[in-house]
Design a protein. Structure first.
Length: 238
């Protein structure tokens, strides 16, 4: 299929897990994928790639640089995210700041730069944020959950602000997804609670991401936050 032929998609956190699955899905659907990640070695099979740490200052400059170098960028996937294993009482300011900067601040200013170029070109575009089931379900990692709750609301704000400029903004909220960083024991404990009988896979999220980015399939959808959780949010499981 050639859903995205001739369109350039920027995917952050594209080296592993959900981000990689989204980047590969978009490439399979004929997008010109720009893969961004801190892990340069793992980006080796993407023709267009850039190494960057989105927790640092300068993501607005990064957005302009990537659009100049690879653009015009028509599709943006803000997948990059991080988590530390601390409760409210345990988290130190440095860990708090790293999570907020990676999950919210970095994507915020990257998106501002990229969508400003979209507006200037008057060609529209689509933005997708990867939020989490924990944007509303407690995880006992409140700095992470708070960052994702902020992302969820940011999606609604941007959808309202950018819609008149032809730019759609949506989110996906994965539940328990099996990746290389997933706690296998935690997945096993959750196993009886999945209404659909299994934990998620990165490609489950990637397919929904592609649909939401497609003007053909989701051209009248903006401000949505689609759960991809196998029904986990339907029950009191935590």
């Amino acid at each position: 299929m050639d859903w995205f032929r001739g369109r350039t998609a920027l995917v952050t956190g594209a080296a592993h897990g959900i981000g990689r699955a989204i980047a590969e899905q978009l490439r399979e659907l004929d997008a010109r994928v720009v893969a961004v990640d801190l892990d340069a070695d793992a980006l080796g099979d993407f023709e267009l790639r850039h190494t960057a740490d989105l927790s640092r200052d300068g993501t607005e400059d990064l957005g302009r640089e990537l659009d100049d170098r690879f653009g015009p960028i028509a599709l943006l996937v803000n997948n990059v995210g991080t988590l530390t294993p601390h409760t409210f009482a345990e988290v130190e300011p440095a860990d708090f700041d790293r999570v907020i900067r990676t999950n919210l601040r970095g994507p915020w200013f990257l998106t501002r730069a990229v969508t400003k170029r979209m507006v200037e070109r008057k060609a529209g575009g689509a933005v997708l944020f990867v939020s989490s089931l924990h944007d509303h379900v407690p995880l006992h990692r409140p700095h992470y959950s708070a960052s994702k709750a902020a992302v969820s609301m940011l999606v609604r704000e941007l959808a309202h602000e950018l819609g008149p400029r032809g730019i759609r903004v949506n989110a996906v909220s994965p539940g328990a997804i099996a990746t290389r960083l997933t706690d296998e024991r935690a997945l096993q404990q959750l196993q009886p609670h999945f209404p659909l009988g299994r934990p998620g896979r990165p490609e489950d999220v990637a397919r929904i991401a592609a649909v939401l980015l497609s003007d053909e399939w989701s051209g009248y959808v903006t401000g949505a936050n689609v759960p991809v959780d196998g029904g986990l949010d339907l029950i009191t499981w935590f």
